[in-house]
Design a binder for this molecule. Sequence first.
Ligand SMILES: CC(C)(COP(=O)(O)OP(=O)(O)OC[C@H]1O[C@@H](n2cnc3c(N)ncnc32)[C@H](O)[C@@H]1OP(=O)(O)O)[C@@H](O)C(=O)NCCC(=O)NCCS
Length: 374
Amino acid sequence: MAKQLSGAGLRGQVAGKTALSTVGVSGSGLTYRGYDVKDLANNCQFEEVAYLILKGKLPNQRELSAYKKTLQSLRSLPQPLKEVLERIPKDAHPMDVLRTGCSMLGNLEGEANFDQQQDVTERMLAAFPGIICYWYRFTHDGIRIDENTDDDSIGGHFLHLLRGEKPSQLHEDVMHVSLILYAEHEFNASTFTARVCASTLSDMHSCITGAIGSLRGPLHGGANEAAMEMIEGFTSPEHAEKEMMAKLERKEKIMGFGHAVYSDSDPRNEIIKQWSKKLSEDVGDDTLYAVSERCEEVMWREKKLFCNADFFHASAYNFMDIPTKLFTPIFVMSRLTGWAAHVMEQRADNRIIRPSAEYTGEELRPVPPMSERD
Ligand SMILES: CC(C)(COP(=O)(O)OP(=O)(O)OC[C@H]1O[C@@H](n2cnc3c(N)ncnc32)[C@H](O)[C@@H]1OP(=O)(O)O)[C@@H](O)C(=O)NCCC(=O)NCCS
């Protein structure tokens, strides 16, 4: 007999083992392979953290240079993939574009066996910025971009493709921080999706495609876009306060606040918030950052709800002039590392994931003949 359900959403239940990260363990908010995410965000580039998550150690200088070179060499998109991207409508959601792009890449360059798991992951890491920007620039600007740039970082490469010019050092630095903060987060919904898929011994592209679909929702990765849509409608901190109070009165969920595991703060928030402030000063903003801070104050004062990683990412990306609908795809470019590492971890000690359900349907009954049905 299966155990009774102890809580909706499997909250608090241990569903497997991981050596990749800890979330909300007392005294250490978020760690990747034993390193505090704040330490990593303050001292590393994203590629160092990707290497750490995927290969198990921080790279030395030689290893990092070689890794970045490899990623740079894997950016070209196959022609049939470009043709598919060109056929996706302009008003499609970029997360759907990435999901299709990832799946198509799997058709063209599938993972023939698990020995290729690191190689196909590197290929995806290198190609995802090109997939999203190729489609975006083709459908929005009517141009076929060259998906190669001389930028040696994934974040810098993405911004370069998006804008057609090299990003500033500040913007490249913010991308490193942002991608590090989003890289890994234990058994969240999209990672769990990837692990369930991996547990059937499916291929890497299927696991990642499923995870992208799972991340798309506003309760998960889509929260940064939803937060942006909300705050850009507020014209001043006072206006924000009034609207937030009305939303709370109506018992609306406010995107970018709260967390399923953290109880009083999300360690990623204080880091991205600092960078959002820096960017706000850089662009001479006098509204959006102040509005965001007021939202934070109101939510804490009224509901003891705190900003999660997504809330100040919204203003930070906006200050960098990144279109709102591309926010969640950036999350994918980063979380791909965590997903793939979880797939590899699952494969290394696998048993198919197959929980049970508590049945709430009809008692056993006979099939009525057609003539007796309503
Ligand atoms: C992240 C999230 C899904 C966690 O969900 P959860 O663990 O199921 O938390 P709960 O929904 O049980 O929250 C407990 C209470 O706080 C409220 N609450 C939680 N997050 C809230 C939010 N963002 N806005 C308003 N109320 C919120 C819930 O309505 C609930 O109130 P109730 O007990 O009166 O029903 C949830 O906080 C949420 O939907 N946040 C907004 C989406 C978001 O930012 N997602 C990104 C996560 S990194």
